[in-house]
Design a protein around this ligand. Structure first.
Ligand SMILES: Cc1ncc(COP(=O)(O)O)c(C=O)c1O
Ligand SMILES: N[C@@H](CCCC[NH3+])C(=O)O
Length: 428
C-alpha cells in the first residue's frame, strides 16, 4: 500500500499514522474507524495557496465540502484561510454551526430550495452560484423581497467532458448543471442577470469533472470560459471572478498518476494570462478542490472477521464495514489499496476483501496480496478521506463509523460512532 502523508511502517512492521499505531486507534475507538492525517490535510491546503501566491495572481481557494464535512474540519479549513463551497442547506448549516465566516462561503447546486436560498440570504454568504433560469428568477425574487443585493456567479457548462483519465470535447452540453455557452443560454442568463437590480454578477464558474490527471481539460475549459467572460464584458458589464472548479486527481492505487498541484494551477494561470492583454483586465481565479484536500489523508480501519476459502476459486476475507461506509468500489469500481495494519509478514496470498452488507456487490477490494490474515487482524484501506463518510449510509442498519483526526501523535475524535439508538432517533 502506498503510504501518504505521515503514514509509515514502524520498527515493529506495523502501520502508524501521525505517530500513532493504527492498531491502537482501532482498539481505542473500535472499528470501522476513519482516521484523518490532519497534517496532510493542512499541507494540501497550503500547496494550493502557495501555487497561487507565488504567481502573484489574485485568487480564492475554496474547499468543496461535499468531499467530507464536519465541524472540526470546518475549523481547520478556516484556520488554513480557505473559503468554503457548499451545495446544500445541510452543508451550509454545518459551516455556520462551526462559525465559518459566511462571507467566505459560496453556494452551489442545481436545485436549491426556497428554504436553502433563504438560509444563504439570511447568513449573508459570499455569493450564490446560479445554475439555471429557474434559480435565476427565484433567487432574485427572494433577494428583492429582502431588499438585499446579492453577488452571483453563473455556472457555465463549457462543453468539455472529463472522464477519469482522458478528455473528450463534447459537441453539445448534456448536463444537469449550468448554462451552456454553445447554445447561447449562458449569454442569455448573463444578460438577464446584469439587468436585475438585486444582482451583482461578479463572474462565472465551471467544473469539468473529478479525479482528473491531466491539464488539457482545464486548459480547454479556460479557453471557453475566458472567451465567454470577455463576451459578457464586451456588452459593457465588468466581472472579476473566474471560478474553474475542482477535480484535481489523487493517487488511490499504482495506476493513478495525479500531477503535482502546482502543475494544474500553473497551466490554468498561463492560459488565463494568454486570454487577457492587460494586467488590469485579469480576473481573480477561484478554484474549489475537494478530493485532493482530504482524500489521501483518510484511512479506514476495519477488523477482519469471517474468512472463507472456496478452493480453486477465491479467498474472501470479510470486514466489519462495507458499502455503508465506502460505497465507492461498488459505485465506481474504485480501486483502493489496503494492508494489514498489525502485521507485516513476508509471505503474501491473494485474497478479496468483502464488506458485511447484504449485497454481492459489497466488495471493498478485489484480488489483493495480503499477509496470511487471521480473524481479529486490522485491515487498513487507504485514500478513504473523500466521498466515503460523506456518502455513507445506514444500509442494513449499519451505524456510521467513528472519525478521528491525528496530529503530532495526538488523536482527537471528531465524529463519534453512531449507536443503535441513533439509528432509531427519527422514528415515531
Ligand atoms: C461544482 C463542483 N465543485 C467542486 C467539486 C469538487 O471536485 P473534487 O472533489 O474532484 O475536487 C465538485 C465535485 O465534483 C463539483 O461538482
Ligand atoms: N462522489 C464521487 C465524486 C463526485 C464528485 C462531486 N461532484 C467520488 O467518490 O469519486
Amino acid at each position: 500500500m502506498y503510504l501518504h502523508g505521515t503514514s509509515k511502517i514502524n520498527g515493529r512492521g506495523y502501520l502508524e499514522i501521525g505517530g500513532v499505531e493504527a492498531e491502537e486507534i482501532a482498539m481505542r475507538y473500535g472499528t470501522p474507524v476513519l482516521v484523518y492525517d490532519e497534517e496532510l490535510i493542512r499541507m494540501q491546503c497550503r500547496k494550493y495557496k502557495e501555487a497561487f501566491s507565488k504567481s502573484g495572481f489574485s485568487y480564492k481557494v475554496s474547499y468543496a465540502s461535499k468531499a467530507f464535512l464536519c465541524k472540526q474540519l470546518v475549523k481547520l479549513i478556516e484556520e488554513e484561510g480557505l473559503a468554503l463551497d457548499v451545495v446544500s442547506g445541510g452543508e451550509l448549516y454545518t459551516a455556520l454551526q462551526a462559525d465559518f465566516p459566511a462571507e467566505r462561503i459560496h453556494f452551489h447546486g442545481n436545485n436549491k430550495t426556497v428554504q436553502e436560498i433563504q438560509m444563504g440570504l439570511e447568513a449573508h454568504i459570499g455569493c450564490f452560484v446560479v445554475d439555471n433560469f429557474w434559480e435565476l428568477e427565484l433567487l432574485h425574487t427572494l433577494a428583492e423581497q429582502r431588499r438585499q443585493k446579492v453577488d452571483i456567479l453563473l455556472r457555465i457548462t463549457p462543453g468539455i467532458e472529463a472522464s477519469t483519465h482522458a478528455y473528450i470535447t463534447t459537441g453539445q452540453d448534456d448536463s444537469k448543471f449550468g448554462f451552456s455557452v454553445k447554445n447561447g443560454q449562458a449569454l442569455q442568463a448573463a444578460r438577464i442577470a446584469v439587468n436585475q437590480p438585486f444582482y451583482n454578477l461578479i463572474g462565472v464558474h465551471c467544473h469539468i469533472g473529478s479525479q482528473i490527471f491531466e491539464t488539457v481539460g482545464f486548459v480547454k475549459a479556460v479557453e471557453v470560459m475566458t472567451f465567454f467572460f470577455k463576451r459578457v464584458q464586451e456588452e459593457g458589464h465588468r466581472m472579476h471572478v473566474l471560478n474553474l472548479g475542482g477535480g484535481f486527481g489523487i493517487r488511490y492505487n499504482e495506476d493513478d498518476g495525479p500531477l503535482p498541484i502546482k502543475e494544474y494551477i500553473d497551466a490554468m494561470i498561463k492560459e488565463v494570462e494568454k486570454a487577457f492583454h492587460t494586467e488590469k483586465d485579469l480576473p481573480a481565479i477561484w478554484i474549489e478542490p475537494g478530493r485532493s484536500i482530504v482524500g489521501e489523508a483518510g484511512t479506514t480501519l476495519y477488523t477482519i472477521g469471517a474468512i472463507k476459502e472456496i478452493p480453486g476459486v477465491r479467498k474472501y476475507i470479510s470486514v466489519d464495514g462495507g458499502i455503508s461506509d465506502n460505497i465507492r468500489p461498488a459505485l465506481y469500481k474504485a480501486r483502493h489499496e489496503a494492508m494489514i495494519a498489525n502485521r507485516n509478514d513476508e509471505q503474501k496470498e491473494l485474497v478479496s476483501v468483502a464488506g458485511k452488507c447484504c449485497e454481492s456487490g459489497d466488495m471493498l477490494v478485489w484480488d489483493i496480496l495480503l499477509p496470511k490474515v487471521r480473524s481479529g487482524d486490522i485491515l487498513a484501506v487507504s485514500c478513504t478521506g473523500a466521498y466515503t463518510y460523506a456518502m455513507s449510509n445506514n444500509y442494513n442498519k449499519m451505524p456510521r463509523p467513528a472519525v478521528v483526526f491525528i496530529s503530532g501523535g495526538k488523536v482527537k475524535q471528531v465524529i463519534r460512532r453512531e449507536t443503535y439508538e441513533d439509528l432509531l432517533r427519527n422514528e415515531l
